[in-house]
Each structure stands twice: as C-alpha cells, then as structure tokens.
Design a protein around this ligand. Structure first.
Ligand code: NAP
Length: 498
C-alpha cells in the first residue's frame, strides 16, 4: 500500500465526495487538509451557526486552555500573537475563526445543519447523511469530527428545578445573569469548576465551591507575553517551535505519559510530590488543608493545573464546601450535613457525557451494523479512528485516543495524517472501500484493556476517563507509542474492497 500523503495531492482518478461532521478544531483541520489536496468535493456539516466546537460552547469566566498556547495551535498555522503562555478561551475561538478565514473554509460549511443519521448502503457503496430537516445527501467518505466533551452532564440532584435563582451548566453559560456582588454556588471541582471559582473570587459577594471530591492541583504559572516577545515570535518562528517542540514541553508530555501508564514510575512519584507540596505549602488552615486533600492518587482524575486556585479559595468571600449535596432548594444548596449554602446563581460545572462521541447521530454501517449497539456498554475505535463494519468512516478524536493533559490538536493532526493515507488508495481508485478488520479491533482492545487497567486512571477513583464498565477508556500507552502507531496504517489491519 502506498501510504505517502503526497499521493493525495497528485491528480486523482477518482473525485471523492467527503462529508465532515463538525466544524470544531478537528473538522476544520480535515477541511483545510482536504481543500489543500484540491481533488475532492467537500461538505462540512455544522449544527451551530458558528465554527469552534468546544471553544464556541464554553464561554465561562476564567476559561483557559491549560496546554501551552503555542502547542495548542495547528502545526501549519502558528500564532505569534498569543497573549499569554496559556491562552484564554475567547482568544482560542478567535484563532480558529481567523484560521477558517485565512484558509477560506467557511464556504464549505453548512451551518445550522445538525446530522440525524449516517447510513451506509452496501449496494451503492455510499453513505447517506440525513440532517434534522430530513434532507439526504450521499457521500463516499464520512469524517466524524464531533468532539469528545460535548454533551453536558446534568446532575440528578433532587429539587434542581425548584431553584429560585439562575441555574445553568458551565458549557451553557448565561451571560445575561449578573455575577458581581451576587451569591454564587459552583458545583464541581474538575478543571472547569476550578477555573470558574478562581475567576469569580473577588467578584461575588459570597462564592461557594461545592465539591463532592477534592482534586489534586498542579501549579502552572501563566505569564502574559509582552509585545516585545510577540514581535520576536513574529520575526523568528523558530522561537515558537522551541516552545512547541522543545525539550521543556515535549519532555513534560513524555514524563507525564510515562507516569500515567505506570503508576509506580519515578515520574508519577515526582507528580505526587509536587501536588502534595502544593497543598501543604498553599493551604494555611490545617482543617481546610485536610478537607481539600484527595483520598486518591494524583492524575487518577484528570490533573488540574492552577497557580491561583488555592489562594482564591482562601479569600474571605470564598468557601470550599467539601461534601455531598442533599438537594437543591429554592434558596440554595442543601448539603448532606444539613447546612444550606444560600445562592442567587447556581453553576453546574458537572462535566460531560464523555462516552457519547458521534452519538446521538444514528450511524448504520455495512449490513446495518449499528454504532450505538457496537458501542454498548462502552465505545472503542482503533487508534480512536476506525471501526469494523463502518467502511470509509473515520473519526478524529474518537474513543480510546489520547485525551489527557496534552494537545488534542496534535493528536488530531496525527490521526488526520493517518486517515489521509487510508484515503489515498480510494482516491487512486485502487479500491472502493477501506474497512478495519474486526480482528484488528479485537486484538487492539485486548491489549488496550489490559494496559488500561494498569494506568493511573484505573488506580481507584471515579472520573470521566472510565467507561461504563469501569475501565479507563483513554489511550493507555505512551505519547510516543501513539505517534508511532498512527504514523503509517498497516495494510494487514484493513480490508480493501475493490
Ligand atoms: P469533570 O472533570 O468531569 O468534573 C465534574 C465535576 O462535577 C466533578 O467534580 C464531579 O464530582 C462533579 N459532579 C458531577 N455530578 C455531581 C453531583 N451530582 N453532585 C456533586 N458533584 C458532581 O468536568 P469538567 O470540570 O467540566 O472537566 C471536564 C474535562 O474538560 C476536563 O477533565 C478536561 O479534560 C477538559 N477541560 C480542559 C480545560 C483545559 O484547560 N484544557 C478546562 C476545562 C475543562 P466527582 O469528582 O465527585 O464525580
């Protein structure tokens, strides 16, 4: 199999009709790459009226990407103008909008077009995509770039509907609700809750951070870039490359993934020492310190990066409320210990249904194979990309890919380079269908599940990393292993049907 990416750019005997679902980071990437190849007909389906995916949907105060900005950037579209080492959410949204403008992707996008189903027709060897208006369209190839953390998880708290004030999920922020001088309760202590609380401290009259489970916090300074630094980035892109590809960041990623896959690795003990020292050093009141001390290992839940959370939580106007919620009452949050945290605004930073991926879109593959059934109880995909019985159907950031404390853009770019190589024989009309072999996924899952049980994610805590059977769903090997395995598709892993 000729897998060189350049073959896609060569004059193709076959012009493929390709559907991309989602105009977030990954869908934009696929659209740019396919448009550059110039040989195929593309349609990008986007249910909203703007691009941006997670960066469009999350607009909460304090939203910041905790991956260094120069690493959370397309490799082909560096941005010398990031305002700080870690970029704020609105700036990332503007970056994607700017990239879409520069690469003239918008005309390819059908906005306001939610896809209801994708059905593969064995006879015609085409995918029929149906939108929520009932309109059908046929494609040779489907690229699902529907995101990971997309569907808000609403907590089943008794009385939630009775709350008298404003109440919304963190990913559905109501910017019409005044915050200054109000009493605000934030439920949830994941990355989102911690960022919101850090941003609202000092603004609210009273701020409650309600946490069922406290988190380990890794300090991560976030310095603004000066105009002189930005000018230097503009003049010398090598300086950007140093941040993105240099030893400091890549070494961090390497050490982190080694720690994740081997809970006894020295790298993991290093992380544990840092987060423990951070807690000891930063929280003065011994009672609060003990309340905020997690009873599980660092990085079992996604590690939280923050250099100001512990300071903010100790401000007089802020209260860390560690414990379970009994119910929501019209006046506020009733805790199991009987106390009532009175609030005007209730923010649910309660995370996402992380196992949905392409769903609720109904996907029917060869022989009417049902994606939902295949993914019950838990979803999987080879390298987070392909599935048996779903020919010419590819995912970006699908299940079992590396989601964690590093750049999902980098992961998507690697997956895209892999997909491009699988599209090449289709474009050369050497075959009509490319489909993952069932035994490839079976063998992959066997290895993956064995390795996943040994990762830090499986060391005894609950988190969105765990699938419905309690097995960590994230990539359980090193970052280098992912780079290696996605570098070149192995012909033996796939069926190529003429
Ligand atoms: P999350 O990590 O899933 O955290 C959800 C929080 O809500 C947890 O503290 C959970 O408590 C709590 N919760 C859920 N149901 C509850 C209930 N019924 N009662 C009380 N508490 C409840 O969600 P997230 O903070 O939105 O973060 C999700 C992921 O988004 C992150 O892990 C990260 O990958 C990504 N993210 C990234 C950034 C970034 O800077 N790159 C920023 C934000 C988010 P328990 O722990 O007890 O279950």
């Amino acid at each position: 199999m000729d897998t060189s990416a350049s073959t896609l750019a060569a004059p193709a005997p076959r012009r493929l009709r390709i559907a991309i679902i989602g105009a977030g980071m990954a869908g934009i990437l696929a659209a740019i790459r396919l448009k550059e190849a110039g040989t195929h007909e593309l349609v990008v389906f986007e249910k909203a009226d703007r691009i941006g995916g997670t960066w469009r949907e999350n607009t909460y105060p304090g939203l910041t990407c905790d991956v260094p900005a120069h690493a959370y950037t397309y490799s082909f579209a560096p941005n010398p103008d990031w305002s700080s080492f870690l970029a704020p959410g609105p700036e990332i949204q503007r970056y994607f909008e700017d990239v879409v403008r520069r690469y003239a992707i918008a005309p390819l996008i059908r906005f306001g077009c939610a896809i209801r189903s994708c059905r593969f027709d064995d006879t015609r060897r085409l995918w029929t995509i149906t939108d929520d208006q009932g309109r059908d369209d046929d494609f040779d190839v489907v690229i699902a770039a529907t995101g990971v953390l997309h569907h808000p998880s609403m907590p089943a708290l008794p009385g939630l509907g009775e709350f008298a004030g404003a109440c919304f999920h963190s990913a559905r922020w109501d910017h019409g609700v005044a915050l200054d001088g109000r009493r605000i309760a934030v439920v949830g202590s994941g990355s989102t809750g911690v960022q919101i609380v850090s941003a609202l401290a000092g603004r609210a009259a009273r701020l409650y951070h309600i946490q069922r489970t406290p988190q380990w916090i890794m300090p991560m300074p976030n310095e603004p870039y000066s105009e002189a630094q930005r000018a230097a980035f503009r003049a010398d892109p090598g300086l950007i490359d140093e941040i993105r590809y240099g030893e400091h960041y890549t070494g961090l990623v390497r050490r982190f993934t080694r720690a994740i896959i081997d809970a006894d690795a020295p790298e993991m003990h290093e992380i544990e020492t840092i987060v423990r020292d951070n807690l000891e050093r930063s929280v003065r009141d011994p009672q609060l310190r003990e309340a905020l001390r997690p009873n599980y290992r660092a990085a079992c839940k996604r590690l939280i990066y923050s250099s100001d959370y512990y300071d903010k939580i100790q401000q007089p106007d802020v209260e860390a409320v560690v414990g379970a919620i009994e119910c929501i009452e019209p006046e506020g949050v009733r805790m199991k210990d009987g106390s009532l945290k009175e609030a005007d605004v209730l923010v649910l930073a309660t995370g996402f249904q992380a196992d949905r991926f392409v769903r609720p879109i109904k996907v029917r593959g060869r022989g009417a194979a049902d994606l939902d059934a295949q993914w019950t109880p838990s979803p999987s995909a080879y390298l987070g990309i392909t599935l048996p019985s779903f020919p010419n159907f590819f995912m970006l950031n699908g299940p079992t890919g590396p989601v964690g404390n590093f750049s999902l853009i980098d992961i998507a770019e690697r997956q895209w380079a892999y997909i491009e190589q699988l599209l090449a024989p289709l474009a050369r009309a050497e075959c009509a269908l490319v489909e993952l072999r069932a035994d490839t996924l079976r063998a992959y899952d066997e290895r993956r599940i064995t390795a996943a049980r040994r990762t830090i994610f499986g060391s005894g805590c609950s988190s969105w990393y765990l699938d419905a059977t309690g097995i960590p769903a994230s990539w359980p090997w090193t970052y280098e292993a992912f780079a290696e395995q996605t570098a070149k598709p192995q012909a033996g892993d796939y069926l190529f049907t003429a």
